[in-house]
Write a protein that binds this ligand. Structure first.
Ligand code: ARG
Length: 568
């Protein structure tokens, strides 16, 4: 498709002393379409050219040679040169591309670039909390978008399956394991054991020492300890997969922290060799004072590795195994400092700059229920599976009330309920904290997942009523010149660009907003225009546009992890 900004930059670039890509950055999209589709502001040129922006704009306008296939006209308003695109040719390009690429519209060719997306990463034997839900759906969306854009993408669930707490879990299980029903409610029961042993440790120093020994044994591969640890892990994963299956989330690798346990020595050796390790109260640390950060502990005084060391080992391993161009970590902003530290220390691991430059923490904000924050330690825990099932249940109630005879009720309720929760996690700027409120999340008329699904279903029912989708080659493009159709075409045109912004800015909300805008525009189009029963040529063109909108809504929602119901 024509890249309009590039075209404008090329024209202007041949007339002024400024590189095309610089010019491209200045090109704006006017809020008011009366000022054209693109506008080039001349203020920046005013200084070097020693002329007023208005005069420069006027001169540019006179010199620019417009290709009428691309632009209908150019106008000067104030210090701007405004470009009006040839809407017929735009419409044709967009719909033709959709016709050719179908469910691949917006996708790109396979690239020779490896992207790691690390997401979810819950902790074994602990509750999968609402923060984990967020990383899971955000990470999964990035994973899908990267893949769609042709990147070789690797999704990693960096399980929190290691740490001194397992020494405690083992001790607790050894003492009271038979009292708890682990098969039924593994995480809840394991948490109870953990709390109980923790209390005991606080009272009895000897028990704490036993726990420490267990952990050491675990590190050294003791059969009993490893067996128990495996049991905790398997039980936990079975629980986690209930959530993943509901969400439709997948991973390419489940290599968690434990996997790196025997790989931390190399990290220590390299840092030692590079003279970066300093002794501090028996521990080994990397001083980061000159970077304005507290030191990064690499090795505790008892010799065991910590969370950060395993992350550093993971960076080495991932660089070698996947030769990544980018490795993004979708983790809550509470860990900002951790990632700043390990990314800094990673620079001392003799890695190619390509790798250290490719590390990126994509931080996201917390989810609050109206009554406060949701976390494991505080009482106010909301279990993710319960939340997802409640979403489905609530939708089912709405359906039973409004459309009790609907076919595939359960299946649709699941898609709508889950889709609503997913969308809610992706639609606002990721770094912002968010409030989880059922009334907002499930509002079918709001800026929500269900709204997008609702409009999608509407496009489906229009096509069903029509009974046919005309062939693109038979469409008279000039029948789509009305305001509402043109608005839709311009949005559709942006789709690939939006996907690229998602990965450049690490923001899923761009895609979420895009889908809302597309859905709203179709709704306007639908309200303002008769689709069926019009003159045949108009009808065909509008049916085709309807098909195009449905197609892109489905692709885009799919990339966010949202499935489309067949009825609503
Ligand atoms: N397991 C950690 C938690 O639940 C998150 C792990 C994040 N990823 C990492 N590479 N450190 O808080």
């Amino acid at each position: 498709m024509i890249n309009y900004k590039e075209q404008i930059a090329k024209q202007i670039g041949s007339l002024v002393e400024m590189p095309d890509n610089e010019i491209e950055k200045f090109i704006e999209i006017p809020n008011n379409t009366e000022n054209g589709d693109y506008a080039f502001p001349c203020f920046k040129l005013s200084k070097t050219l020693k002329k007023s922006p208005q005069i420069i704009a006027q001169e540019l306008k006179e010199k620019i040679q417009i290709d009428t296939e691309i632009f209908n006209k150019i106008e000067v308003v104030g210090g701007y040169v405004n470009f009006f695109i040839n809407t017929n040719s735009l419409t044709k390009q967009v719909l033709q591309e959709i016709d050719q690429k179908r469910e691949k519209y917006g996708a790109e060719e396979q690239k020779n670039k490896n992207i790691i997306v690390e997401y979810s990463s819950p902790n074994i034997a602990k509750e999968f909390h609402i923060g984990h839900l967020r990383t899971t759906v955000i990470g999964s969306a990035f994973y899908k978008v990267y893949k769609f854009l042709g990147y070789n993408t690797i999704g990693i669930n960096h399980l929190g399956d290691y740490g001194t707490q397992f020494g405690k879990m083992i001790e607790g299980y050894k003492r009271w394991g038979t009292e708890y029903n682990l098969e039924e409610n593994p995480i809840e029961e394991l948490t109870k054991i953990y709390i109980r042993i923790n209390d005991l440790c606080k009272k009895d120093e000897n028990v704490l020492e036993l726990c420490r020994e267990n952990f050491k044994k675990l590190e050294d591969g003791d059969t009993y300890c490893v067996e128990l640890w495996n049991k905790f892990k398997d039980l936990s994963l079975k629980e986690f997969y209930k959530t993943y299956d509901l969400l439709g989330v997948k991973f390419d690798s489940l290599t968690g922290e434990a996997f790196y346990q025997d790989k931390t020595q190399e990290v220590i050796d390299i840092l030692e060799k590079n003279g970066k390790l300093v002794e501090s109260q028996g521990a080994k640390i990397v001083d980061l004072e000159d970077k304005g950060m507290p030191p990064c502990i690499i090795c505790k005084s008892n010799g065991s590795s910590i969370y950060a060391t395993r992350d550093l080992a993971a960076i080495l391993y991932r660089a070698r195994t996947y030769d990544f161009d980018k490795c993004i970590y979708v983790v809550a902003y509470e860990q900002n400092l951790h990632f700043k530290q390990i990314f800094e220390v990673a620079k001392y691991l003799d890695l190619d700059k390509k790798y250290t430059d490719g590390l990126k923490h994509v931080a996201y904000g917390m989810t609050r229920v109206p009554s406060g924050r949701m976390s494991t330690r505080e009482g106010n825990v909301v279990k993710v599976n319960d939340l997802l099932n409640e979403a489905i249940q609530r939708v089912l109630e709405i359906i039973n009330e409004k459309n009790p005879d609907m076919e595939d009720k359960e299946e649709n309720a699941k898609k709508i309920g889950i889709g609503a929760v997913i969308f809610n996690n992706l639609c606002s700027t990721l770094i912002k904290d968010q409030i989880f409120d059922w009334n907002t999340v499930l509002n079918f008329n709001g800026e929500t997942g269900p709204y997008i699904q609702y409009i999608y279903v509407r496009t489906k029912s229009v096509l069903e009523k029509a009974g046919y989708i005309p062939e693109f080659s038979h469409i008279d493009i000039s029948k789509l010149q009305d305001k509402e159709s043109q608005k839709i075409i311009k949005i559709l045109y942006q789709f690939n660009n939006i996907l690229n912004q998602v990965i450049e800015k690490n923001e899923t909300s761009f895609l979420a907003r895009f889908l809302i805008e597309l859905a709203q525009s179709y709704s306007n189009f639908y309200n303002e225009n008769k689709i069926l029963g019009e003159d045949k040529e108009i009808q065909d063109a509008r049916i085709y546009l309807t098909y195009a909108v449905g197609n892109v809504l489905k692709i885009g929602a799919g990339l966010l992890g949202i499935e489309m119901p067949n009825k609503m």
